[in-house]
Design a protein around this ligand. Structure first.
Ligand code: SF4
Length: 177
């Protein structure tokens, strides 16, 4: 599969926008990650096209906004509901945005995501049942991406501790400063 941007010939990597310092979280803050910013925005800028994304703002949620969470249903499915208001359901909006995102970026293979997020987390997000943490799963945007394309390479920011971790994630991309 061609994983490069057809226009620039560079490898594409999608990154949760809050990790890049964008103040898009529910509390209007960011989760800037210094190593990711240094490696993916500065040192590897000649080899990579970075695609920032924030599923929650993309579906029209404001900044700041009420918190959402993954909730286990009686039929065992998972929905994304408001923490304070379980009648507020954004599941289908996040699923629909994931489908549109893959159509917009058909060559994307690499995703660096914010751990534990109900939208972006990769196998690290709490699923609640009767207000108790029941298990861990992926956020709804990431779950939907992986249902459509199971071979996407996905990693949480919490697993990127060194420059070598970043390079290994990208399949040891040739490194030029
Ligand atoms: S939806 Fe994802 S990118 Fe947006 S603030 Fe939450 S974790 Fe960050």
């Amino acid at each position: 599969m061609n994983i490069k941007n057809n226009k620039t010939g560079k490898k594409q990597v999608a990154i949760s926008a809050c990790l890049l310092g964008e103040r898009v979280r529910y509390d209007a803050r960011d989760k800037r990650h210094e190593l990711i910013c240094r490696m993916f925005i500065r040192q590897l800028k000649n080899q990579l096209d970075v695609v920032p994304f924030c599923p929650e703002t993309a579906i029209g949620l404001g900044v700041p906004r009420d918190k959402i969470e993954l909730v286990r249903q009686k039929d065992q499915s998972i929905r994304v509901l408001g923490v304070e208001n379980h009648t507020w359901d954004v599941t289908e909006a996040l699923q629909s945005y994931a489908r549109a995102f893959l159509k917009q970026y058909p060559n994307l293979k690499y995703f660096i995501v914010k751990s534990r997020s109900p939208s972006c987390g990769y196998k690290t997000t709490p699923v609640f049942l009767n207000a108790m943490e029941e298990s861990l799963d992926s956020g709804m945007f990431v779950q939907t991406l992986l249902q459509i394309k199971p071979d996407l390479k996905m990693i949480n920011e919490s697993e990127l501790l060194t420059e070598q971790d970043c390079l290994e994630f990208l399949g040891n991309i040739d490194f030029e400063c």
